[in-house]
Each structure stands twice: as C-alpha cells, then as structure tokens.
Design a binder for this molecule. Sequence first.
Ligand code: SF4
Length: 348
Amino acid sequence: MTADASQTYHLLRKKLHDVLPDFEIRAKAELACRINQLKGDLGAVILGHNYMEPGLYHSVPDYTGDSLELSRLAATTDGDPIVFCGVRFMAETAKILSPHKTVLIPSLEAGCSLAASITAEDVRELRERFPGVPVVTYVNTYADIKAESDVCCTSSNALAVIESFKTDTVIFLPDEYLARNVARESGKHIIFPTDRPIPGDKQDPHMDYQILGWHGKCEVHEKFNVEDIENVRRQFPDVVVLAHPECSPEVVEASDFSGSTSAMIRFVEQARSPRYLLLTECSMADNVAAENPDKEMLRLCSVRCPHMNQITLQDTLDSLLQNRYVVDVPEQIRLKAKRAVDRMLEIH
Ligand code: SF4
C-alpha cells in the first residue's frame, strides 16, 4: 500500500470501522486513492448521492447530498468532467445545468423504477385529456419528462410548488406516494386518471379533485410498512422514526418525521435522541451512522436500491480512465427541462 493509500485507509477506517469489515476498507482505500489522484490530474469533480455505499461516499466525492443540490453545486465549480455517482436521471439534471461540461455516469445500469414509470408520451396524453391543467413533475424523472412539464419540484418543496398555481387542479407526476402525502398534508383530493378513465377526452367538471396523480413508485420506499415501524417501536420504545415522503402515507403518518434525504440527515444531526430508524435506502443509514457515532441507527437493511448499487468505486475509476459513460441531453429537450427546473427555483 502506498503512503497515500495508507492515509486514505486510516481516514476510512476511523469513520467506517463499525460499518464495513477491515479487508473491505483496505481494498476500497486503494481504489479511492487512485480515483482521487486521477480526479486531480483531470480536473474532474465527483458528486456522491446520499445513497452511495459507505466506502465510496466517504472517500471520493467532492460533494455529497441530494440530486438537485449536487447538480446545482457542480454547475458552480470549474470541475470538468463531472462524474455523477448516482442514477441516470440525476446525471441528466447535472447536464441540464452544466451543458458545456462533460457529465459521466459510472454505470449504464443505474436506472430508477420511479423515473421509468412514465414516458413523455404519457405526459402529452394527460395534457390532452386535461387541457389547461398545469403539470408539476418530481425531479426524479428523465429529462424528456421534465421538458414536458410546467415546473419541477423536490420532495421538500412539492406542496409549495403545487400551491403556487392559482388553478383548482394540478397534474402531479409520477410518484403516487409523494402525491398522496402532499394531498394529505394540504387537504386536497387526489385521483389517478389511469385507474379511473374519464369518459370522453375532456376533464369531467363534476368530479371533485384537485390533484391528478400517477402510479409511479420508488421500489425501495414502497417496501416499508406500518408493521415494520410497530415492530421496531415495540422493541425500542425510544426510537425516533424518520420516513422519506416516497413512503406510503400510512408509513409517513406512523413516523415521527418525514423529509428529503438531506432533511433527514439534518434532523439526526440536530436531534438529541440516542436511537433512530431511517426508512429510506439502507446505505444512507450507514452513511449517517458513520457521521454520528454517538447515535444508533436502526435500519431495515434488506432495502438496498438495485440501481444505486450499480455504482462502485471500480466503475468510478473506469469512468475517469476511459471517459465513460457520457450523459447527453438533446439541446431542445435540455432547454425546456431547464425552464421547468428554473421555475421551481423561482418559487422556492
Ligand atoms: S431509491 Fe428509488 S427513487 Fe432512488 S434511484 Fe432507487 S428506485 Fe429510484
């Protein structure tokens, strides 16, 4: 092991000794050291989403966080290429905001069940069926879906974005549970037109609803249920339960706090309780545990996102060595998608 790799190993070990076995920390430190050297030589910037595995998350990213905050940060740096250790829709968002930089994603397999739940054609059809109704799209979507939307939103600002419209009704895509959670929070009625086709092509003026949703789901967050929470509470009565708003409304209601990944991280940092249950992707709980060694993180760790799991240190190294895989967004789509993102930023 070189002196640099040994230094990386000691830094990683200090953070991750309770999370990863020593042999794994050693192997990852060697890879991370090569990546960091190459990153410096190339002038690259590496972004690490909160769901990256702990060995990667704590070693190579220049920035860690939510997908949108990472893309916005990358646009303010000189780093080029941008290597996005996250899934494809996130890398597309980085490209939307940094059109003149090369954006790389370490694996082509890093998709997303939620982003894949809807097509641009689906959005156009909804617009035809509900003319004049504004379309709000969660940022966890591909660029062509954003391009068909009036405005984007995040899990933190979804309600503020919906309420910024002065219309009675909005189309909210594609996450069913986020939409249901926003509807619950705001007292709005929600229907799913794919389930209940309305006769004819036009909106039924007699139907009482304010949000038109879609049946997209995050395959990680949909797995949690109220029974999970009750079981953990029985065993650990003092546990504080945090749920991502992509979980079902029943799960969110049974939790003590609901917020985006960054909001959950901030909550744990600032709270005083000794024990937490994070209902989100399980690597994030590992990463939060490593940053908060005085607090205990309980997790239901059968729940690893198979898409996030595709991004490894080896792939990140190969990405830099071979300038792969380049993420492009056609300019016409990029401009329209950027307009939807910019509108969101004006509101929030
Ligand atoms: S955690 Fe869910 S929303 Fe995030 S990439 Fe995986 S499937 Fe998509």
